[in-house]
Design a protein around this ligand. Structure first.
Ligand SMILES: *Cc1c(COP(=O)(O)O)cnc(C)c1O
Length: 425
């Protein structure tokens, strides 16, 4: 495959955009490739500007549970555009989407729309700090919660040590109140609460970690977090930007029956448009302006075109049997994939329609384990799949997503390609 036009487009992009991309992982640096430039997408496929087609398991990072360019979404979006694309004045569409979310997600009685997952998390943290009148935040290594300054912390090994920012340009003072502990480690969690639980505003966690690859949570770990936050008067924030409406209409909280205080959403709920949201009980949400003292606003928040795409998406996933179908299909694919990778030094994690292949024969429970994976071998795997027309998320620190558009023949074709590629690397 000679991606001549993509190469050219990349060179041109690099002249004007840092690294040629508007989000770093798209540059494919860690797998030693240069990025595809996409021309169009349909269903389970993306097509690049050189006219090569790929079966896509990135799905715009989990957004497209219905597949790309869904014709019903296109229709409602086109209709919405005809009526104007933003007013800065309320629309009834915002209430329709809000109502669907409140009725679907167990922890949410009221919800506020923003423009990205990052904003949703930022606002949720502000809200938790206001509600508890405390400053400290606990997160977990390898969990990603967007790029707000105070959350760009991956590791703070041990309670006594200073946290380290995972980006330049983040003042130490911004992260002094952020503590990061290993995922799935109950002992460290308990120790932390014994020492600092009374000062903690909130624990934020991806209930299924999906930004260090898919890491399945130990349910006891999640339960213990819920117990300890209650006991110490801290709030629990589930960052369901990926898992919300992916693992069922009620997200991971419904699946595991662990109800957080605040939930953040994004990705799927915007149907391909920039939408994030955060929600909680009416009591907690009453702190937000104009009802309460927590300021949070947005020029384009609740954008009518984005709301239309979101409503259409959620109405579709709420239809009877939607999740049964996608879970059944995913189960089939994952099981076949397990057979193919067995005895090849690869560990697979999956929950519902999300999965990651780690080139690491060992058990994987947290970020440290993921970091021990073989990136060279993964890179070969990624590039060979690409050559053969399969686009997976370009890192072992990311999840792959199955959509309803991934039909059985498409899944079978993928399995065949994966099997052949694994013979060569
Ligand atoms: C994608 C993601 C975010 C950030 O959302 P953006 O829309 O990229 O700002 C936050 N949390 C989780 C769990 C995510 O997967």
């Amino acid at each position: 495959m000679q991606r001549i036009l993509s190469e050219k487009a990349y060179k041109e992009a690099c002249k004007y955009i840092p690294g040629g991309v508007n989000s770093p992982v798209r540059a494919l640096k860690s797998v030693g490739a240069s990025p595809l430039f996409v021309k169009s997408a349909k269903g389970a496929y993306i097509k690049d500007i050189d006219d090569y087609e790929y079966i896509d398991y990135c799905g715009s990072w989990g957004v497209f549970i219905l597949g790309h360019a869904d014709k019903h979404i296109q229709k409602v979006v086109n209709n919405a555009v005809k009526n104007g694309t933003s007013y800065g004045i309320p629309t009834v569409q915002e209430t329709i989407l809000a109502k669907i979310i409140c009725e679907s997600v167990p922890s949410i009685e009221k919800v506020r729309f923003v423009n990205s997952g990052t904003e949703a998390v930022m606002s949720a943290i502000r809200l938790a700090r206001a509600f508890t009148s405390r400053d400290k935040i606990l997160k977990f290594d390898g969990c990603y919660h967007g790029h707000a300054d105070h959350l760009l912390v991956s590791s703070g090994s041990g309670v006594a040590q200073l946290s380290q920012a995972s980006s330049a340009g983040v003042p130490q003072s911004f992260i002094n109140n952020t503590i990061s502990l290993p995922f799935n480690n109950i002992e460290k969690l308990e120790e932390f609460f014994r020492n600092e639980g009374c000062e903690l505003a909130a624990v934020i966690i991806e209930p299924v970690a999906a930004n260090m690859g898919v890491i399945v949570p130990d349910i006891k770990f999640l339960q213990r977090i819920r117990e300890l936050t209650k006991q110490y008067g801290s709030l629990l924030i589930f960052d369901e930007v990926i898992t919300g409406f992916r693992l069922g209409t009620g997200g991971a909280q419904e699946r595991f029956n662990i109800i957080p205080d605040i939930t953040t959403l994004g990705k799927i709920i915007g149907g391909g448009f920039p939408v994030g949201a955060y929600g909680a009980s009416a009591e907690i949400m009453s702190l937000i302006a104009p009802d309460g003292p927590v300021y949070q606003a947005g020029t384009l928040s609740g954008n009518p075109v984005a709301m239309a795409a979101g409503i259409q998406t959620l109405e579709t996933v709420l239809q009877q049997g939607f999740y049964e179908d996608i879970e059944l299909k995913s189960k089939y694919f994952i099981k076949e994939l397990e057979n193919i990778i067995s005895n090849k030094g690869i560990t697979m994690h999956s929950v519902g329609s999300m999965f990651t292949l780690f080139f690491n024969g060992k058990e994987i429970k947290n970020f440290e384990d993921v970091k021990n994976s073989d990136n060279q071998r993964f890179s070969k795997f990624f590039n060979q799949l690409l050559e053969n027309g399969v686009y997976i998320s370009p890192s072992q620190f990311e999840a792959n997503f199955i959509s309803v558009a991934h039909s059985k023949p498409i899944l079978n074709k993928t399995l065949e390609i994966v099997e052949n590629v694994l013979k060569t690397i």
